[in-house]
Design a protein around this ligand. Structure first.
Ligand code: PMP
Length: 457
């Protein structure tokens, strides 16, 4: 029996994507699971994209999609914004890697410093994962303490300190390949639970730092209760622990000053990637001068302190720097964030209207330029406010849904011309249009219809 034979949704997807299927058959012979990032895995095969522009992308079979993956969140301005393309084109003709200091890195750091409230000093890295790793090392070196506090489901990349407790190992045991000694030095708290945080601090004095996604776990899929960030700021200050906002997604997205700018709560350290490098590889860490001084050669020598090690071949490479500078200059006036936020709010409303019409007990929710779809596996009465105020259990929001349903939902949305993340949800950009919105709402209704017709819902 073919993969498609038992499902109309799968059959329709296969009918539309034969060239992607052929590429996938080649891919599985050289790439584990045929992919380069777990989030891109999709049975029977993912789409292979050939080109993209603004809010849309096209696959090798010529299908057109409204894109809500947005370069994994890196593309607030959509695909190929002309000023960014021009800046990169100009830089390519001048040289890609000087192995030396260059003016763009200074301009780039000045822009980050101007926009991000906590950024007294800035260091560039090559990715978000590298940024969170460096933040943790700085927190330990600064305080002389060993433990790092994290929150279940909050995502900070794939390095050893953060590679468990996100989608598995919620009890804090190490994921395979991670040393027990590393996991033992991480204190995991339930997300958004300030009492749990207070209890940890009441019982131990070895917490060097606390890291979290300030929008709530997984780009707000598990929202934080109101007031949580302010209370966490206070508790960490009281106990001399370094507060780290992981703004890899939210920096320059929630507002030009990130989530910290929006909420007016300033962490000690901020980790960034994605938008900061204008859609090219790159990341950054910023924060209080006295913390970043730990990678300052002369300051450490003057203070007779050992310097924290940090290097990286592609830190502030000239192409990413050119893209980052061009992007941050555009974002600085706040309009792109506002446009992406407004579109997302209208999209969430439109999706909820479809759900009401379809009499389906799911919920579209989210904040800023994000949306998530809660597929309500227990068919409970749940409102947007229930979710946003933290009343719905985080494991239900994260993992309660049926996998097969989510897979078919994604395939159905693709067949109807919309690409979103499989959790399911996505990010919006400043260039999504009313036509995109209508097409997305229509695709949502059509996909729900397909799933109903084959008894999935
Ligand atoms: N932190 C957060 C909040 C993220 O969303 C991500 C990536 N999605 C990372 C860290 C890791 O960034 P990177 O993929 O650039 O290593």
């Amino acid at each position: 029996m073919s993969v498609a034979a038992d499902s109309l949704v799968v059959a329709e997807y296969c009918r539309r994507t034969p060239k992607s299927a052929a590429l996938y058959r080649r891919a599985v012979k050289c790439l584990p699971s045929g992919v380069v990032h777990d989030a891109r895995f999709l049975r029977p095969h993912p789409i292979y994209v050939e080109r993209a522009a603004a809010s849309r992308k096209w696959d090798v079979d010529g299908n057109e999609y409204v894109d809500y993956i947005g370069g994994h969140g890196a593309l607030l301005l959509g695909h190929n914004p002309p000023q960014v393309v021009e800046a990169v084109r100009r830089q390519l003709t001048r040289g890609t890697h000087f192995g030396a200091c260059h003016e763009l890195e200074v301009e780039w750091a000045e822009l980050v410093q101007r926009l991000i409230p906590s950024a007294e000093r800035v260091r560039f890295t090559a990715s978000g994962t590298e940024s969170t790793l460096l933040a943790m090392r700085l927190a330990r070196a600064f305080t002389g303490k060993t433990k790092l506090m994290r929150f279940v489901c909050h995502f900070h990349g794939w390095q050893d300190h953060v590679a468990f407790g996100v989608s598995n190992h919620h009890d804090g045991t190490p994921a395979t390949g991670v040393l027990a000694e590393v996991a033992e030095n991480v204190v995991l708290c339930p997300p958004g639970d300030i009492d749990a945080v207070r209890e940890v601090f009441a019982n131990r004095d070895d917490v060097a730092g606390v890291i979290l996604e300030p929008t709530g776990a997984s780009w707000g899929q598990v929202p934080l209760p109101e007031g949580f960030l302010a209370e966490l700021r206070e508790v960490t200050q009281d106990h001399d622990a370094v507060l780290i906002f992981d703004e890899v997604i939210s920096a320059f997205r929630c507002s030009p000053g990130g989530a910290q700018g929006f909420y007016s709560i300033t962490p000690d350290l901020t980790t960034m990637a994605k938008i900061v490098a204008g859609g090219f590889p790159g990341g950054a860490i910023a924060g209080r001068k006295e913390l970043l001084d730990l990678i300052d050669l002369e300051q450490c020598a003057a203070d007779e302190r050992e310097k924290v090690i940090h290097t990286g071949t592609f830190n502030a490479n000239s192409i990413s720097a050119a893209a980052g500078v061009a992007t941050l200059r555009i974002i600085a006036d706040g309009q792109p964030c506002q446009k992406a936020n407004d579109y997302a709010a209208r999209l969430r409303d439109a999706l909820n209207r479809v759900l009401r019409e379809e009499k389906l007990n799911w919920v579209a929710y989210g904040t800023f330029s994000g949306f998530h779809i809660f597929t309500n596996p227990d068919n409970e009465t749940v409102t947007v406010d229930d979710i946003q105020s933290g009343k719905v259990d985080y494991l239900k929001l994260k993992g309660g849904a049926r996998r097969e349903l989510l897979r078919k939902f994604r395939l159905g949305m693709l067949s109807n011309g919309v690409d979103l993340f499989g959790w399911p949800g996505g990010v919006t950009s400043s260039v999504h249009t009313e036509e995109d919105l209508q097409q997305t709402a229509d695709a949502f209704a059509a996909t729900i219809g397909m799933l109903k017709s084959e008894g999935e819902i």
